[in-house]
Design a protein around this ligand. Structure first.
Ligand code: PLP
Length: 444
């Protein structure tokens, strides 16, 4: 028999040290998106508001809201109480059961979702929300192709990674068939070689060209992040979403907004598409829905799609669909957004953030571009403003280390440093965090 010696350290009388926690994790658990021998996890212990503490008692300001999901901040007492209350009553229910949290949260999501998006299929996170949105779109339209963009991430399960366009897809291909990728509204590095002065919105017209080449009658849906997240906060031009709404309508193609990261106040609106007054046919969401307190995702569909499945079989299902604990957490989380005016705070402080990012860019030539909408922002770091050469990973690691030493944790994706704090941050804390980031950038 295999003897797991480390179990001895799990003796309740013995508190694990920070290093013991790291060692146990490193030995028995895989860490995502990394070479295992290189991971250096922080042994997180507890949190409050925008801060978390590690096992050794060191405090970190969290400037990426964990993975852009902890929108309401750490350890909100109202959400914790709601989870505890629900746990005392009922912790698990068959997906075929009706229960109060599931229905109430569905109603609350419909209330904050734009237009006629009024019915929800629950999932456990973002990837399976996108998987199920694609299945629904295929069932509803009877078509099979899905158009997605290159600078995108839609999740790591096979269908979702096939939709994703970034570097995480090619190593695990072949994925699901029928996904066609198109170029993005990435104005800093326009894929069509334009500047703002010469732009003719080729990022929009090229998608219509692709639709025509592929055959509109074969395309079920176009999926796009509300605002591109981990690939660099690509805020599209104002006519982008409205024109793609028109084009998709013209060809009977469903428009899916992946608001897993950009939803629930991150951009200063409940959903990013609200900035442009667009109602897609489907919104997928997760992360901010429960603020990461418990896993939950949702596919929110239009009345037309909901009506379609009234007399057609819904070929979707998950054991934990509409989980009683997660939906109870979702209700409490949405109440916190409302009661604490977090969407409004994101909008107001987003303006301060945008101004400060521009100022930092003005002071540091290594900052090639800054992009911001609400409390959803990033710095794009380059070696040279003229060539726009991305700062290499080893130099970015210097920044990473300096930030950690100075007690700030944030998401860094190659040459992109994200500034996406919890929406409960105040202005003084925002300045404090930006100062720490600026100090780290100045090393470069
Ligand atoms: C836009 C977007 N869609 C989908 C996902 C996948 O969500 P999950 O990790 O919950 O499966 C993510 C995760 O970061 C995301 O940013």
């Amino acid at each position: 028999m295999k003897i797991k010696q480390e179990a001895a350290v799990l003796d309740e009388t013995k508190k694990l040290s920070a290093q013991e926690v790291i060692d146990l994790n490193r030995k028995y658990v895989f860490f995502s998106w990394s070479v295992q021998k290189d991971v250096a996890p922080i042994p997180i212990e507890t949190g409050k508001g925008i801060y978390f503490w590690d096992k050794a008692g060191k405090r970190y300001m969290d400037f990426s809201s964990q993975l852009m999901n902890l929108n309401i901040g750490y350890q909100n007492p109202k959400v914790i109480a709601a989870i505890q209350e629900q746990a005392a009553k009922l912790t698990s229910a068959h997906p075929g059961n009706a229960h109060e949290p599931k229905g109430t949260l569905g109603n609350m999501i419909a209330e904050v979702a734009p237009g006629n998006l009024n019915k929800v299929f629950y999932t456990l996170g973002g990837a399976d929300a996108n998987e199920n949105a694609v299945k629904m779109a295929r069932l509803y339209t009877g078509r099979n192709k899905i158009i997605a963009r290159y600078r995108s991430y839609h999740g790591a399960t096979y269908g979702a990674i096939s939709l994703s366009g970034d570097y995480r897809r090619p190593p695990v291909e072949p994925g699901i068939p029928g996904v066609v990728h198109v170029f993005d509204p990435y104005c800093y590095r326009c894929p069509f070689g334009h500047t703002l002065q010469t732009c003719h919105r080729e990022c929009i017209t090229s998608i219509e060209d692709v639709i025509q080449y592929e055959g509109p009658q074969t395309i079920a849906a176009l999926i796009m992040e509300g605002v591109t997240g981990s690939n660099g906060i690509l805020v599209p031009p104002d006519d982008y979403w409205p024109r793609l709404r028109e084009i998709t309508k013209k060809y009977g193609i469903l428009l899916i907004a992946d608001e897993v990261m950009s939803g629930f106040g991150r951009t200063g609106e409940w959903f990013a598409v609200n900035h442009w007054g667009v109602t897609p046919d489907i919104i997928t969401t997760a992360k901010g829905l429960t603020s990461g307190y418990l896993p939950l995702g949702a596919v929110v569909v239009s009345d037309e799609i909901a009506r379609f499945f009234e007399d057609k079989y819904l070929y979707l299902g998950l054991t934990y669909c509409g989980h009683v604990m997660s939906t109870a957490a979702g209700i409490a989380t949405i109440n916190v957004y409302k009661e604490d005016h977090l969407i409004e705070n994101s909008k107001a402080l987003g303006k301060v953030l945008a101004r400060e990012l521009e100022a930092i860019k003005g002071r540091h030539p290594v900052v090639g571009d800054v992009r911001c909408i609400g409390l959803f922002s990033c710095f794009e770091i380059v070696t040279d403003r003229q060539t726009k050469q991305p700062m290499p990973d080893d130099r970015m690691n210097v920044v990473r280390k300096k930030l950690a030493a100075d007690g700030l944790s944030t998401f860094i994706n190659h040459n992109l440093i994200f500034a996406c704090p919890p929406l409960c941050i105040n202005e003084a804390e925002l300045h404090e965090g930006l100062k720490i980031i600026e100090d780290a950038i100045s090393i470069l």
